[in-house]
Each structure stands twice: as C-alpha cells, then as structure tokens.
Design a protein around this ligand. Structure first.
Ligand code: BDR
Ligand code: CA
Length: 311
C-alpha cells in the first residue's frame, strides 16, 4: 500500500476522504492524520478528524493538531459551507480517542526522517500551513517526500472563495507557494475536477442505501453540504472535493490532466491565492505539477460507494 499522511481541515468532504482511505487498506496505509485550521478553527478540525476515525471504527489512528493560523495572513474559515462545527449534518458522538500530544508539524518531520526516503506520500486536503511549516523548519525532509497529492486550486473553474481563488490555496497562499516551488512531485485536484463530481440525488441515495452507520452519516453530511450549492447556484448537487485525493491513490485511471507549470499569486489582493496554471503551455516555465482536468465521475462514485460499504 501507499503510505500516507492525511493533512486535513474536516469538513464533510475531508471526512469522506478519510473514510475512503481507511476503507482501502490494500492500497492505502494511513500513518497519521494531521489537522490544520481551515474550514473551521483548529480545535474543531482536530475534533472532527477524531470523530471520523471513530465513525470508521479506527480509534487507533493517530491524530495530531497542527497550525492554528496561516503563515502570514489572518485565518479565513468556511462555516457558510460546512456549518458551525465544520461537520454539520449527522449527529455523531463527541470523540473519545485522545489527540496525540505531539504537534502535527513535528510528526510530519519525524515521520519523513524515520521512514525510507521516497516512501511517504503527503495528502493535504486543506490549507497548506502544516506542510509548509514542516518544510521551512526541516528542509532535509523535502527531498524525502514521495509525492504530494492535494486538493486545491482551479483553472477554468476559477474561484469559490474569491472570483480568482479556491479556498485551500486562498487561505494560505504563502504556504502554497512553498509547496509549489518545493520540487516535490505534485498531483493537484482542482475545482475543475471536483466540480465534475457532484453528489446528485441518486448518488446520495446510494450512500444512504448502504444501511450502515457510515453510509447514513455520509448521506447526511452530503445532504448538509449540498444545501449550499443547491440554494446558491441551483446545481444538481455539491461537489465532493477532497475524496478525489484518496480516490486517486486507489484508482489513478479515474483522472486525467496535464503536467504543467503552476504558480501561486501571493501579492495582489485582487487575485490573491490564484493558481496560475499554464494549461496551454504558453510560457517556458518548467512544469512542476500534474494538474488534473477531468474525472470519470460515475467510476468515482461507484468506488466511493463500494469502499464505504466495507466500513
Ligand atoms: C476545499 O475547501 C474546503 O471547503 C473543502 O473541504 C475543500 O478542501 C474546496 O475548495
Ligand atoms: Ca478540506
């Protein structure tokens, strides 16, 4: 299996991404989960990560709290999408498993130093603050990362938090810039992909029809998450962003994209956090990321339903 650290700000879609990983031990081994401030403040993302592990029947997974604010900018949260707790929708018990005492950044640094070089993949599902802080503090680990597969950015679909920027990159553009300039192989799941993965009624019904606590909770999470896009945009359903990352580790064939140059806007307030993706290769800037553009949405939801049934 691919050995991964999930860096996350749950978030209903983060929770589904974690559930998919924990349901797929043949392909994915979760070394730990690191929480970061993003959709909601850090105490809630650290709580929601543990609720999700317990929902999966995996209280043994180690969960670490990390950075409570972006490197330079004030924290921007998204309760308007995810609700007050970040995991609104299902009624789930408060977590009983403890949060690890170590800081998430120390866990990331120590894990990358301890494990063989090139054996650990990082999977960020939120703002990139924890990963960038680890890279700043311990530059020796950068070359040891096998790959970073992250959800963030946009090209044709442009912004969801400002007209120019996607939420995860916008919240901490300085951190994103460090990751995009790091030289680590990057695979990016932007809005261009996730906006093609909508939770239609039939897909939500399929989760509910699993008849398990996990199936019901995921259906209630996506119901809640959906009200935002449906009410605001009249779309068929909400995009299920973050599970694209863990789905890619299981079925890379579901995704297609281009290996291109992607730079992060960090100065202009108007376009702060924009992922300037050279999709048409109009510059001679060196490619630094595989920027996905398309997804087999039917295959993606079939995979999710089949795997969630195993929990
Ligand atoms: C990203 O922002 C968050 O609201 C979601 O969890 C996802 O990671 C989508 O822009
Ligand atoms: Ca997220």
């Amino acid at each position: 299996p691919r050995r991964i650290i999930i860096d996350t700000d749950p978030g209903q879609d983060d929770a589904v991404a974690i559930l998919l990983a924990l349901a797929s031990p043949e392909e994915i081994e979760v070394l730990g989960i690191t929480a970061v401030a993003g959709n909601v403040p850090l105490p809630l993302t650290a709580r929601n990560a543990r609720i999700t592990c317990e929902l999966a029947g995996r209280p043994d997974i180690r969960v670490f709290a990390g950075c409570d604010r972006p490197l330079e900018r004030p924290l921007v949260t998204a309760e308007h999408v995810h609700g007050r707790t970040g995991l609104d929708g299902p009624e789930l018990p408060e977590p009983r498993m403890a949060l690890e005492e170590a800081h998430a950044v120390d866990f990331i640094v120590e894990t990358l130093r301890r494990e063989p070089a090139g054996s650990v993949t990082l999977c960020p599902l939120g703002p990139l603050t924890n990963i960038a802080t680890a890279f700043l503090r311990a530059p020796d680990i950068v070359g040891r990362v096998a790959e970073i597969v992250l959800m963030g950015g946009a090209y044709f679909e442009v912004g969801n938090i400002t007209p120019a920027a996607e939420f995860n990159i916008y919240v901490d553009p300085q951190a994103a810039e460090i990751i995009f300039k790091s030289g680590v192989p990057l695979t990016i799941m932007p809005l261009d992909v996730t906006h093609k993965a909508l939770v239609t009624k039939a897909r939500n019904d399929a989760f509910r029809a699993l008849g398990t606590p996990v199936g019901l909770a995921v259906a209630q999470m996506t119901d809640f998450f959906e009200r935002f896009d449906k009410e605001k945009y009249g779309s068929e359903g909400a995009p299920l962003h973050d599970p694209c990352v863990t789905a890619y580790l299981i079925r890379p064939d579901l995704f297609s994209g281009r290996h291109i140059n992607v730079e992060i806007e960090t100065t202009s307030e108007l376009t702060m956090g924009m992922t300037v993706a050279d999709w048409w290769r109009v510059t001679d800037r060196a490619p630094n990321a595989t920027f996905m553009g398309d997804i087999d949405a039917e295959g993606y939801f079939a995979l999710l339903t089949e795997r969630l049934a195993r929990l």
